[in-house]
Write a protein of this length. Structure first.
Ligand SMILES: [Zn+2]
Length: 250
């Protein structure tokens, strides 16, 4: 099965190599590992060079306290396996982070870089949907994915209207998340993506310190059931969407 884990942090896993092998055996044929700053973006590319199945996004997470180095990111993004600018976004949920207006300014500059390079963005948003929406809406032609989608149906509609993809993660495996399941059921078939965000976001019922890319299948099973698809059908849809959004994905 050609599932794509469109968002994870391989470097933060205890055993990245073993995790990739296990994922491939489970049916996850490609993985896009995120950079959160310059060091991890460089590390993500190094992992992509080691493993055929691994691709990288280079970015600057809102958890950073300094401004992004756009020139350095631009040169990293030229790598043949750098498929996106990510992880980028705005986080209003942590008071110790840079002030929101500053985060918005940095996010906007990273979106401009993505536009300039013709790459999609992998977007993090927490308590910042309004701010993120404003930046994306002001940049027609920008493409990307709302990673770890967990907003309501109205917000889903607004981001879909901008042309963005929605990526569903382990949160969906919690039976209590009925509204999110409804978003996953009704998401247009050409905008649906899956991810684990490993080592974060361990699926419901899995007892482990770290999430793993192989557990993408836990989320995939829920989505397949909601949409009345076989796992093979869902995998084919998701792979097509991932290849269309991330055009450098081989
Ligand atoms: Zn992430």
């Amino acid at each position: 099965m050609p599932f794509v884990d469109t968002h994870l942090h391989l470097e933060e896993l205890e055993h990245p190599g073993a995790a990739v092998t296990e994922a491939v055996e489970a049916g996850v044929g490609r993985l896009i590992t995120m950079g959160t700053d310059l060091a991890t973006s460089t590390g993500a590319l190094a992992l992509a060079e080691q493993r055929r199945e691994v691709y990288a996004a280079v970015g600057h997470q809102p958890m950073n306290r300094e401004a992004p180095d756009l020139d350095a990111l631009r040169s990293l993004a030229a790598h043949e396996k750098a498929v996106a600018i990510g992880e980028v976004g705005v986080d209003g949920g942590h008071t110790e982070l840079a002030a929101l207006p500053l985060q918005v300014e940095w996010f906007a500059s990273l979106c401009d870089l993505a536009l300039e390079l013709g790459l999609p963005v992998c977007v993090h948003t927490r308590d910042s949907a309004e701010e993120v929406f404003g930046v994306l809406r002001a940049r027609p032609g920008l493409t990307g994915v709302m990673h770890y989608f967990s907003l309501d149906g109205a917000w889903a509609g607004r981001f879909l209207e901008l042309g963005f993809h929605l990526s569903f993660a382990g949160l969906l495996t919690r039976p209590s998340r009925q509204e999110l399941r409804e978003v996953a059921r009704t998401c247009p078939p050409d905008r649906l993506l899956l991810e684990t965000d490993a080592p974060f976001g361990t699926p419901h019922g899995r007892r482990a310190k770290q999430n793993r890319p192989a557990w993408l299948l836990d989320t995939a099973k829920v989505v397949a059931e909601l949409r009345r698809l076989s796992l093979e059908e869902l995998a084919a849809i998701e792979e097509t969407n991932a290849k269309s959004l991330f055009s450098k994905l081989g």
